[in-house]
Design a protein around this ligand. Structure first.
Ligand SMILES: CC(C)(COP(=O)(O)OP(=O)(O)OC[C@H]1O[C@@H](n2cnc3c(N)ncnc32)[C@H](O)[C@@H]1OP(=O)(O)O)[C@@H](O)C(=O)NCCC(=O)NCCS
Length: 180
Protein backbone atom coordinates (compact mmCIF):
# COMPACT_ATOMS: atom_id res chain seq x y z
CA UNK A 1 0.00 0.00 0.00
CA UNK A 2 1.41 3.39 -0.92
CA UNK A 3 0.82 5.69 2.02
CA UNK A 4 0.63 8.86 -0.14
CA UNK A 5 -2.42 7.41 -1.85
CA UNK A 6 -4.54 7.35 1.24
CA UNK A 7 -7.48 9.74 1.44
CA UNK A 8 -9.99 11.00 3.97
CA UNK A 9 -13.72 10.91 3.38
CA UNK A 10 -16.58 11.95 5.58
CA UNK A 11 -18.01 9.23 7.75
CA UNK A 12 -21.34 7.67 6.74
CA UNK A 13 -24.01 5.93 8.81
CA UNK A 14 -23.00 2.56 7.34
CA UNK A 15 -19.46 2.94 8.80
CA UNK A 16 -20.87 2.36 12.28
CA UNK A 17 -19.81 -1.29 12.66
CA UNK A 18 -16.28 -0.64 11.45
CA UNK A 19 -15.81 2.29 13.82
CA UNK A 20 -16.97 0.09 16.71
CA UNK A 21 -14.60 -2.68 15.62
CA UNK A 22 -11.63 -0.27 15.67
CA UNK A 23 -12.74 1.25 18.97
CA UNK A 24 -12.97 -2.14 20.67
CA UNK A 25 -9.64 -3.46 19.42
CA UNK A 26 -7.40 -4.26 22.43
CA UNK A 27 -4.57 -1.98 21.15
CA UNK A 28 -6.93 0.99 20.92
CA UNK A 29 -8.48 0.28 24.32
CA UNK A 30 -5.08 -0.01 25.92
CA UNK A 31 -4.34 3.63 25.07
CA UNK A 32 -7.87 4.99 25.68
CA UNK A 33 -9.10 6.87 28.71
CA UNK A 34 -12.14 4.59 28.68
CA UNK A 35 -10.78 1.05 28.42
CA UNK A 36 -13.99 -0.97 28.75
CA UNK A 37 -15.50 -2.72 25.76
CA UNK A 38 -18.23 -0.61 24.21
CA UNK A 39 -21.47 -2.52 23.60
CA UNK A 40 -23.18 -2.45 20.21
CA UNK A 41 -26.15 -0.61 21.70
CA UNK A 42 -24.05 2.02 23.46
CA UNK A 43 -22.05 2.55 20.26
CA UNK A 44 -25.17 2.90 18.11
CA UNK A 45 -26.48 5.70 20.34
CA UNK A 46 -23.08 7.45 20.51
CA UNK A 47 -22.46 7.15 16.77
CA UNK A 48 -25.83 8.49 15.65
CA UNK A 49 -25.44 11.44 18.06
CA UNK A 50 -21.93 12.18 16.77
CA UNK A 51 -23.07 12.09 13.13
CA UNK A 52 -25.51 14.91 13.88
CA UNK A 53 -23.19 16.95 16.08
CA UNK A 54 -21.84 20.05 14.28
CA UNK A 55 -18.95 20.16 16.76
CA UNK A 56 -17.68 16.76 15.64
CA UNK A 57 -16.12 15.72 12.36
CA UNK A 58 -15.29 12.10 11.68
CA UNK A 59 -13.27 11.01 8.66
CA UNK A 60 -12.70 7.53 7.37
CA UNK A 61 -9.15 6.90 6.22
CA UNK A 62 -9.17 5.02 2.91
CA UNK A 63 -6.40 3.18 1.10
CA UNK A 64 -5.63 3.63 -2.61
CA UNK A 65 -8.47 1.24 -3.48
CA UNK A 66 -10.94 3.17 -1.35
CA UNK A 67 -11.03 0.53 1.37
CA UNK A 68 -11.51 1.84 4.91
CA UNK A 69 -8.37 1.43 7.04
CA UNK A 70 -9.04 3.74 9.97
CA UNK A 71 -10.71 6.83 11.33
CA UNK A 72 -9.86 10.32 12.55
CA UNK A 73 -12.23 12.25 14.78
CA UNK A 74 -12.09 15.94 15.67
CA UNK A 75 -14.20 17.22 18.54
CA UNK A 76 -14.42 20.97 18.82
CA UNK A 77 -13.85 22.13 22.41
CA UNK A 78 -15.33 25.33 23.87
CA UNK A 79 -11.86 26.95 23.70
CA UNK A 80 -11.88 26.52 19.89
CA UNK A 81 -9.27 23.80 19.84
CA UNK A 82 -10.10 20.60 17.97
CA UNK A 83 -9.31 17.44 19.96
CA UNK A 84 -8.02 14.76 17.59
CA UNK A 85 -8.29 11.03 18.06
CA UNK A 86 -7.20 8.46 15.53
CA UNK A 87 -7.24 4.72 15.12
CA UNK A 88 -5.87 2.64 12.28
CA UNK A 89 -7.07 -0.90 11.68
CA UNK A 90 -4.78 -3.58 13.07
CA UNK A 91 -3.87 -4.98 9.63
CA UNK A 92 -2.86 -1.52 8.32
CA UNK A 93 -0.72 -0.37 11.27
CA UNK A 94 2.99 0.43 11.05
CA UNK A 95 2.90 1.39 7.34
CA UNK A 96 2.93 5.16 7.73
CA UNK A 97 -0.83 5.46 7.26
CA UNK A 98 -1.51 7.03 10.67
CA UNK A 99 1.14 9.70 10.05
CA UNK A 100 -0.20 10.44 6.58
CA UNK A 101 -3.81 10.60 7.80
CA UNK A 102 -2.77 13.13 10.48
CA UNK A 103 -0.92 15.25 7.91
CA UNK A 104 -4.03 15.30 5.74
CA UNK A 105 -6.18 16.19 8.76
CA UNK A 106 -3.90 19.14 9.63
CA UNK A 107 -3.93 20.38 6.07
CA UNK A 108 -7.73 20.13 5.88
CA UNK A 109 -8.06 21.95 9.16
CA UNK A 110 -5.80 24.79 8.00
CA UNK A 111 -7.83 25.28 4.84
CA UNK A 112 -11.36 24.67 6.01
CA UNK A 113 -11.84 25.54 9.62
CA UNK A 114 -11.93 28.36 12.09
CA UNK A 115 -10.28 26.32 14.83
CA UNK A 116 -7.31 27.76 16.73
CA UNK A 117 -5.54 24.49 16.25
CA UNK A 118 -5.62 20.76 16.71
CA UNK A 119 -4.67 19.15 20.00
CA UNK A 120 -4.06 15.55 21.01
CA UNK A 121 -3.62 14.02 24.44
CA UNK A 122 -1.42 10.97 24.22
CA UNK A 123 -0.41 8.60 26.96
CA UNK A 124 3.38 8.79 27.33
CA UNK A 125 3.83 5.05 26.69
CA UNK A 126 1.92 5.19 23.38
CA UNK A 127 5.05 5.34 21.22
CA UNK A 128 3.45 4.77 17.77
CA UNK A 129 0.96 7.52 18.44
CA UNK A 130 3.55 10.00 19.76
CA UNK A 131 5.70 9.34 16.69
CA UNK A 132 2.80 9.63 14.25
CA UNK A 133 1.66 12.99 15.69
CA UNK A 134 5.21 14.39 15.88
CA UNK A 135 5.97 13.31 12.31
CA UNK A 136 2.74 14.99 11.19
CA UNK A 137 4.06 18.30 12.60
CA UNK A 138 2.45 18.35 16.04
CA UNK A 139 4.58 19.84 18.83
CA UNK A 140 4.79 18.56 22.38
CA UNK A 141 3.67 21.43 24.61
CA UNK A 142 3.38 19.99 28.10
CA UNK A 143 2.23 17.13 30.28
CA UNK A 144 -1.30 17.57 31.61
CA UNK A 145 -3.79 15.42 33.45
CA UNK A 146 -6.74 14.01 31.54
CA UNK A 147 -9.19 12.06 33.69
CA UNK A 148 -6.39 11.59 36.24
CA UNK A 149 -3.97 10.25 33.60
CA UNK A 150 -0.74 12.16 32.90
CA UNK A 151 -0.78 12.82 29.15
CA UNK A 152 1.40 14.52 26.59
CA UNK A 153 -0.38 17.52 25.07
CA UNK A 154 0.58 17.89 21.41
CA UNK A 155 -0.58 20.83 19.33
CA UNK A 156 -0.69 21.87 15.71
CA UNK A 157 -1.72 25.48 15.24
CA UNK A 158 -4.34 26.30 12.64
CA UNK A 159 -5.05 29.98 12.87
CA UNK A 160 -1.86 31.70 13.91
CA UNK A 161 1.78 31.32 13.15
CA UNK A 162 3.31 30.72 16.59
CA UNK A 163 6.44 32.75 15.83
CA UNK A 164 4.96 35.84 14.15
CA UNK A 165 1.44 35.77 15.56
CA UNK A 166 0.19 36.27 11.99
CA UNK A 167 -3.11 34.72 11.13
CA UNK A 168 -3.03 31.78 8.78
CA UNK A 169 -5.31 32.03 5.77
CA UNK A 170 -8.68 30.65 6.71
CA UNK A 171 -11.72 29.87 4.66
CA UNK A 172 -13.97 29.48 7.68
CA UNK A 173 -16.14 27.16 5.71
CA UNK A 174 -18.49 24.75 7.39
CA UNK A 175 -19.04 21.79 5.14
CA UNK A 176 -21.71 19.22 5.96
CA UNK A 177 -21.13 17.43 9.20
CA UNK A 178 -18.64 19.19 11.45
CA UNK A 179 -16.27 22.09 11.11
CA UNK A 180 -13.09 20.56 9.84
C1 LIG B 1 -1.35 5.45 16.80
C2 LIG B 1 -1.71 4.90 15.42
C3 LIG B 1 -2.88 5.70 14.85
C4 LIG B 1 -0.48 5.04 14.51
O1 LIG B 1 -0.86 4.61 13.22
P1 LIG B 1 0.17 3.82 12.29
O2 LIG B 1 -0.35 3.85 10.91
O3 LIG B 1 0.44 2.47 12.87
O4 LIG B 1 1.47 4.75 12.45
P2 LIG B 1 2.67 4.90 11.45
O5 LIG B 1 2.83 3.64 10.65
O6 LIG B 1 2.51 6.19 10.73
O7 LIG B 1 3.89 4.93 12.47
C5 LIG B 1 4.27 6.08 13.17
C6 LIG B 1 5.62 5.79 13.79
O8 LIG B 1 5.46 4.86 14.89
C7 LIG B 1 6.33 3.77 14.71
N1 LIG B 1 5.66 2.59 15.21
C8 LIG B 1 4.61 1.97 14.67
N2 LIG B 1 4.24 0.92 15.45
C9 LIG B 1 5.12 0.91 16.46
C10 LIG B 1 5.28 0.09 17.61
N3 LIG B 1 4.46 -0.94 17.85
N4 LIG B 1 6.27 0.37 18.48
C11 LIG B 1 7.09 1.41 18.27
N5 LIG B 1 6.97 2.25 17.22
C12 LIG B 1 6.01 1.98 16.32
C13 LIG B 1 6.57 3.69 13.22
O9 LIG B 1 7.78 3.01 12.96
C14 LIG B 1 6.61 5.13 12.82
O10 LIG B 1 7.86 5.71 13.08
P3 LIG B 1 8.96 5.78 11.90
O11 LIG B 1 8.26 6.43 10.75
O12 LIG B 1 10.02 6.60 12.51
O13 LIG B 1 9.34 4.39 11.59
C15 LIG B 1 -2.10 3.39 15.49
O14 LIG B 1 -1.03 2.68 16.06
C16 LIG B 1 -3.36 3.11 16.30
O15 LIG B 1 -4.46 3.06 15.75
N6 LIG B 1 -3.23 2.91 17.64
C17 LIG B 1 -4.37 2.64 18.51
C18 LIG B 1 -5.18 3.88 18.80
C19 LIG B 1 -4.35 4.98 19.42
O16 LIG B 1 -3.51 4.75 20.27
N7 LIG B 1 -4.63 6.23 18.99
C20 LIG B 1 -3.88 7.39 19.46
C21 LIG B 1 -4.57 8.10 20.56
S1 LIG B 1 -5.61 9.36 19.88
Amino acid sequence: MIKEQISLRKVRPDDSDLVLQWRNHPETRKHSFQRDLVSAEEHRRWFSKKLKDPKTAIYIVQDAQGRPVGQVRIDRAPDHWGEVSISISHRAKGKGIGTEALKKTVSRCRQHSDLKGLVAHIMPDNTPSMLAFLKAGFVLKKIEQVRKNPCCRLESLCRKDPTTGARRPQLIKKEGVGYV
